[in-house]
Design a protein around this ligand. Structure first.
Ligand SMILES: Cc1ncc(C[n+]2csc(CCOP(=O)(O)OP(=O)(O)O)c2C)c(N)n1
Ligand SMILES: [Mg+2]
Length: 207
C-alpha cells in the first residue's frame, strides 16, 4: 500500500502556523507594557517567563489573574507544572502543591503562582514550608478580589456580589512567618524576577 500513497506537502501548513504564532507573539509582547499602572498580568507573566528557570516546577492555583493569564501569556520552556486538578478547579491548591513538589523534587526550584484569594485559603501552610525548610518562591497576584468570579458574574449580567477581598499585607505576613516578603508594586521591583527590600516605591493608588 505504501507506494500508492501520495506524499503530502505539509510545508504550507507549517508556514501558516509559524506565521500565526509569530503574530501572536508580537501581540503578547506588545501587551506586556511595563509602564502600565497598576502593574498588569501580561507584564508579570513576561517577567516570570524570563526568570523562572527552565527546569523549575510551577504550582499554579485556580483563578483569573494567575491561571487565565498564565495560560495565555506565560511561555513554557521545559518547566514541569503541577496543575490544579484541571476541571476540578481546586482553588487553594497552589501553596500546598508547591510544598508537595518541593518534597518530591528537593533539587528543583519551585514556584507557586497564586491569587490573593487562593493564597488566603491555605496561607497557614506558609509556616509549614518555613518549618520544614522548603525554599520556594510564592508569587501572589493581589487584585483584592476573587477576580474570576467577578468576571463570571459580569458576563452573566448578575450584580457583582461578595467578590471583594480584605487582605493582610502578604509581604509582612511572609516575613513574620520566617520567610521573606516583598511587595512588587512597581515594574522595576519585579524586573529580574525578585524584588529587594526598598526597591518598591509607594503607588498613588495602591494595588
Ligand atoms: C475550593 C474552591 N472554592 C471556590 C472556587 C470558585 N472559584 C474559582 S476561581 C475563584 C476566585 C479566585 O480568586 P483569586 O485567587 O484571588 O484569583 P483571581 O481570580 O482574583 O485572579 C473562586 C472563588 C473554587 N474553584 N474552588
Ligand atoms: Mg484575586
Amino acid at each position: 500500500m505504501l507506494p500508492l500513497l501520495n506524499k503530502r506537502n505539509t510545508e504550507i501548513h507549517l508556514d501558516k502556523i509559524a506565521s500565526r504564532k509569530a503574530d501572536w507573539n508580537a501581540i503578547r509582547d506588545r501587551e506586556a507594557d511595563a509602564s502600565k499602572r497598576p502593574i498588569r498580568p501580561p507584564y508579570i507573566m513576561q517577567v516570570l517567563s524570563d526568570v523562572i528557570p527552565e527546569d523549575a516546577v510551577i504550582s499554579l492555583d485556580v483563578g483569573g489573574e494567575n491561571q487565565w493569564w498564565f495560560g495565555r501569556n506565560f511561555q513554557m520552556k521545559r518547566q514541569r507544572f503541577v496543575m490544579s486538578g484541571g476541571y476540578l478547579a481546586t482553588m487553594g491548591f497552589g501553596l500546598p502543591g508547591a510544598i508537595a513538589a518541593k518534597l518530591a523534587c528537593p533539587e528543583k526550584e519551585v514556584f507557586c503562582i497564586t491569587g490573593d484569594g487562593g493564597f488566603s485559603m491555605a496561607m497557614a501552610d506558609f509556616v509549614t514550608a518555613v518549618k520544614y525548610d522548603l525554599p520556594m518562591v510564592v508569587i501572589i497576584l493581589n487584585n483584592h478580589e476573587l477576580g474570576m468570579i467577578q468576571v463570571e458574574q459580569t458576563v452573566e449580567q448578575y450584580p457583582n456580589f461578595g467578590t471583594d477581598l480584605y487582605n493582610p499585607d502578604f509581604a509582612a505576613y511572609a516575613s513574620i512567618c520566617g520567610g521573606e516578603g516583598y511587595p512588587g508594586r512597581r515594574a522595576r521591583a519585579t524586573q529580574g524576577g525578585c524584588c529587594h527590600r526598598g526597591d518598591e516605591e509607594p503607588m498613588p493608588d495602591d494595588y
